[in-house]
Design a protein around this ligand. Structure first.
Ligand code: SF4
Length: 253
């Protein structure tokens, strides 16, 4: 399958439970709830979008003809310091041997692989992390791409509007329901609700099967008011946590 990607870049995840975590952002082109073109906004299902997802002309964007090619582009964004895992085929220390200290060189080729239950590398070593977003990533993300990216040592997260089924594969699933759109994904890791939305009140989702519930103030002219309302709601309903768009607060994308 070919993939249309708006941009790929390395940053900090700004929102939700992984806020502050270094991540490669893989932004797919296209969404099923808005064309992404301003003349269509007033008649779209989702009208408050703050993301540019049309085309494939952003940094690192383009058309990728295979899952392998796109996975390689994701991997290329991860910094060398965090890529501390040995290359495929490289040697591992003998069973029982301690892992090298962070920054130390990897063992010479020829050593045996540790048992599968052996400990992971040094505590604090960076875990590669990619956030699949959009647009609507589930229009394109498939099991083949998940497998290709995971094979390169990444944990995958996906941020979806929840209207489409998720493909097979291990994912951190963030669902952000939109008023007026059907909600297909009713369980996952975090439910992140942009607030307030008439027709998408938190009470509609509070019983769903998610590990984390976040309210995120809607951006725009009413941002200060929305932040106050979201804060008050969380204080009154402690099942919900406040999610701020911290990347905007500190001026990164
Ligand atoms: S569903 Fe998400 S990507 Fe699509 S228009 Fe709404 S906010 Fe933007």
């Amino acid at each position: 399958m070919a993939y249309s990607v708006k941009e790929i870049f390395y940053t900090l995840q700004g929102e939700g439970a992984h806020s502050g975590r270094p991540a490669v952002f893989l932004r797919f082109a296209g969404c099923n709830l808005w064309s992404g073109r301003e003349p269509d906004r007033a008649t779209a299902v989702c009208r408050f979008c703050d993301t540019e997802f049309v085309g494939s002309d952003g940094d690192g964007g383009g058309r990728f003809d295979s899952a392998e090619a796109l996975a390689a582009a994701v991997e290329a964004c991860w910094p060398a310091q965090g890529a501390a895992w040995p290359a495929q085929g490289a040697a591992w220390p003998a069973q029982g041997a301690a892992w090298p200290a962070q920054g130390a060189a990897w063992p010479a080729q020829g050593a045996a692989w540790p048992a599968q239950s052996a400990a992971r590398p040094a505590r604090g070593a960076a875990q590669r992390f990619v956030v699949c977003t959009g647009g609507e990533p589930l229009l394109q993300l498939d099991a083949e791409l998940i497998a290709a990216v995971r094979a390169r040592g990444f944990v995958l997260a996906v941020e979806t509007n929840g209207t489409l089924a998720a493909p097979a594969g291990e994912l951190w699933l963030t669902v952000s329901p939109k008023a007026g759109a059907p909600l297909t994904l009713r369980r996952g890791d975090e439910l992140k609700l942009v607030y307030p939305q008439a027709g998408a009140e938190p009470e509609r989702y509070a019983q769903l099967d998610f590990a984390h519930f976040f309210l995120q103030p809607m951006d725009g002219a009413e941002k200060a008011r929305n932040t106050r309302l979201a804060t008050e709601y969380c204080l009154a309903h402690p099942q919900w946590r406040l999610s701020l768009q911290t990347h905007k607060l500190i001026g990164i994308r």
